[in-house]
Design a protein around this ligand. Structure first.
Ligand SMILES: C[S@@+](CC[C@H](N)C(=O)[O-])C[C@H]1O[C@@H](n2cnc3c(N)ncnc32)[C@H](O)[C@@H]1O
Length: 294
């Protein structure tokens, strides 16, 4: 599967930031030209309107330049990007209650030996609060070690001390888990972030027991390619990739269908408009894929 940088060489991260800064500079020069034209022909140069437009121009251009510099810094510093993302995810994204009903409807189906892909700050622990679960063991597969403290805190906060838990600091593409040993694999907003979705799905199928389930809830590229939302998703993708520490918009539903078809899994997939405030992230797929009994 191609990565963003192979699909679009201009999307190599520092280039995105430089393109943003150059774009902002061009906008700033053009807006300055328009303002001069207005002053000479329509607006009194010492009036309130001229003063307001001058300051609006300065503030917007200053903001764009600052944002571009932040992008440039994050694009060049993967450690900083991972640290900042974990902190934003822990403090804000994981506390947003809007997705909780959909998330918990899925997470509460987890049973037996459960492996969670990309648990982040342990957001799903809320759904299993105070022993409300059917899991016998939880294994978290998380490459970003900045989440360590938040996961421990979430386990305590949601009184899950009696649940045996283990964190493995690695990527879902390279699991060191025995084949056919897991009852449930769960992933919420993870397939968007992995480097190679097909490799991760292949690993999921390998570790599942016969009859085991993969539970997923993922934000996706709008299935209607010509929709406004699809266009916006494509336009913001390079910036989203930097700010979301590798987050992308994919045709995840199609990838899941191809994967399930190849390995004979029983796929139950639903397209849902998630009730979250970020409009470009609303299209989701949710459901399960069950590995056939031998
Ligand atoms: C958007 S966050 C979602 C966190 C959490 N699941 C939630 O719903 O709040 C994506 C998570 O996937 C993790 N991740 C990124 N690449 C991964 C990979 N290759 N394998 C497993 N997890 C990965 C990130 O570190 C992050 O914790």
């Amino acid at each position: 599967m191609m990565g963003l940088e192979e699909l679009c060489p201009c999307c190599v991260l520092p280039n995105v930031a430089i393109a943003f800064i150059l774009g902002s500079y061009c906008i700033s020069i053009s807006a300055g030209g328009v303002l001069n034209f207005l002053h000479r022909n329509f607006i009194h140069p010492d009036g309130t309107v001229a003063w307001f437009l001058k300051w609006l121009h300065r503030i917007v251009c200053g903001f764009l330049l600052l944002f571009g510099l932040v992008l440039l810094l994050l694009a060049n510093q993967p450690e900083l990007r991972a640290g900042l993302f974990s902190s934003v995810c822990t403090r804000f994204i994981s506390r947003d209650p809007a997705l909780l009903p959909l998330r918990c409807q899925l997470a509460q189906q987890a049973m037996g030996r459960t492996m969670e892909l990309g648990p982040g700050p342990g957001t799903n622990f809320k759904c299993w609060n105070n022993g409300k679960h059917k899991m016998t063991e939880w294994i978290g597969i998380e490459p970003n070690q900045n989440f360590a403290e938040a996961i421990t805190a979430a386990k305590q906060e949601h009184r899950l001390a009696s649940l045996p838990t283990k964190l493995v600091w690695r990527k879902g593409e390279e699991l060191d888990i025995e084949a056919g040993s897991i009852d449930t694999v769960i992933g919420v907003h993870v397939l968007c972030s992995v480097d190679d979705m097909r490799q991760v799905l292949q690993e999921v199928e390998r570790v599942l027991k016969p009859g085991g389930k993969f539970l997923f809830l993922e934000h996706v590229l709008d299935p209607d390619q010509k929709s406004w939302r699809g266009l916006v998703q494509k336009a913001i993708a390079p910036i989203f990739y930097i700010l979301g520490n590798g987050c992308k918009f994919h045709h995840t539903g199609q990838e899941l269908e191809i994967w399930a078809g190849r390995y004979g899994l029983d796929l139950q997939l639903e397209h849902v408009a998630a009730p979250i405030p970020l409009w470009p992230m609303k299209p989701h797929v949710s459901g399960s894929a069950t590995k056939p009994q031998k």
